[in-house]
Design a protein around this ligand. Structure first.
Ligand code: KIV
Ligand code: ZN
Length: 385
């Protein structure tokens, strides 16, 4: 099985979510949980962006011991100097330099020709190598870049010593087949591609960030980047917990695994949600409140007979105690009886039937019938019977 390295950018791209602002202590708390989760690399921030970001990267670099700590930098020497100043305390430091390679970005944003961008990219990788051996280089907007140009610039930065080549679909434009094909071609058509590791960085504008990352893995990516709960610019980044659980659940298909401690997923998700204030939607894959909850009578009956009927992964794998059978108007007698047992009621068959009728009546009026509702129904029935 191939091992896919997980590069977490919750503290950098994730913090770029509109409305999110983490202070250094909050970042340290998340960093230590990411270390527990077992990510291979954490991108701690963008030191040139602000004094606060610089201080946070420095504090994380000092605190983290078992994970590579990366600092992001534009392709300008003063940013790279700043990134190094902040990240140099790490046991395993990495500087991540990026420059845009699509015509749209080169023309409108950088206002530079492709040849000028190529020269800057080479020079900045060379400059970064003075500080650190582990240099990640990103082709911003690779998803909309000309592939022949991408091949040239990637070959050139590998020759300058870039150790990781990141291929971002910055605006979440590509379809999974296209992203997979892009990775396949870059890996097979660039003569020195074997000298670097290839990384995928997908955004979620069309809801395809995880699918694209998985397509990249099938086509040879060695590393994937993402954030916890998929937070990030606009519609966010690829959700790490979804990639990890997809690889875990479909390992025969992917023949690839991560080194994450999956049992830390739920805890990490809750921490990031609490500190960023970004609520996790109830129906979010893997970590949403409904991800292991079942409401319909048919599903609940199946679950009570054998969990594999309606669950492809277990809640215990991600560190949750158990699935929940939510009582509502679609629930049946089997689940109701199970809930009574859970709540410690030992009732006669007659009382169970009466309480079930009361429950059905209430369920028609309420979205979810709570444990307190059930207890009230049973107590009422017991008094009136
Ligand atoms: O989306 C993107 O292109 C980025 C780069 C800075 C890697 O976040
Ligand atoms: Zn990004």
């Amino acid at each position: 099985m191939r091992e896919i390295q997980i590069f977490d950018t919750t503290l950098r791209d994730g913090e770029q979510s509109p409305g999110v602002n983490l202070n250094t202590n909050e970042k340290l708390e998340i960093a230590s949980q990411l270390e527990r989760l077992g990510v291979h690399v954490m991108e701690a921030g963008f030191p040139a962006a602000s004094v606060g970001d610089f201080e946070a990267v420095k504090a994380i670099a000092n605190a983290v011991k078992n994970t590579t700590v990366a600092a992001l930098s534009r392709s300008v020497t003063k940013d790279i100097d700043r990134a190094w100043e902040a990240v140099k305390y790490a046991v395993n430091p990495r500087i991540h330099v990026f420059i845009a390679t699509s015509s749209i970005h080169m023309q409108h944003k950088l206002q530079k020709s492709p040849e000028q961008v190529l020269e800057i990219a080479k020079e900045m990788v060379r400059y970064t190598k003075k500080y650190v051996s582990d240099v990640q280089w990103s082709a911003e907007d690779a998803g909309r870049s000309d592939i022949e140009y991408l091949k040239r610039i990637i070959e050139a930065v590998i020759n300058e010593g870039a150790t990781v080549i990141n291929v971002p679909d910055t605006v979440g434009y590509l379809m999974p087949e296209e992203y997979g094909e892009l990775i396949r071609r870059l890996k097979t058509e660039i003569p020195n591609s074997h000298k670097a590791r290839f990384s995928g960085h997908c955004h979620n504008d069309l809801g395809l960030a995880v699918a694209n990352s998985l397509a990249g893995i099938r086509n040879g990516l060695d590393q994937v980047e993402g954030t916890i709960n998929g937070i990030g610019e606009r519609a966010g980044n690829a959700a790490i917990e979804e990639i990890a659980m997809a690889l875990h659940t479909r390992k025969e298909l992917y023949q690839a695994k991560t080194t994450l401690d999956l049992s830390q997923i739920s805890r990490t998700s809750q921490l990031v949600s609490r500190l960023t204030g970004m609520m996790v939607p109830r129906n979010k894959a893997v970590v949403g409140a409904n991800a292991f909850a079942h409401e319909s009578g048919i599903h609940q009956d199946g679950m009570l007979k054998d969990k594999s009927t309606y669950e492809i992964m277990t809640p215990e794998t991600i560190g949750l105690k158990k699935s929940s059978l939510v009582l509502g108007k679609h629930s049946g007698r089997h689940a109701f009886r199970d809930k009574l047992q859970d709540l410690g009621f030992v009732l006669s068959e007659d009382l169970i039937n009466k309480a079930f009728e009361q429950f059905k009546e209430l369920a028609d009026k309420k979205k979810e019938v709570t444990d307190a509702d059930i207890s009230a129904i049973v107590e009422e029935e017991a008094i009136t019977s």
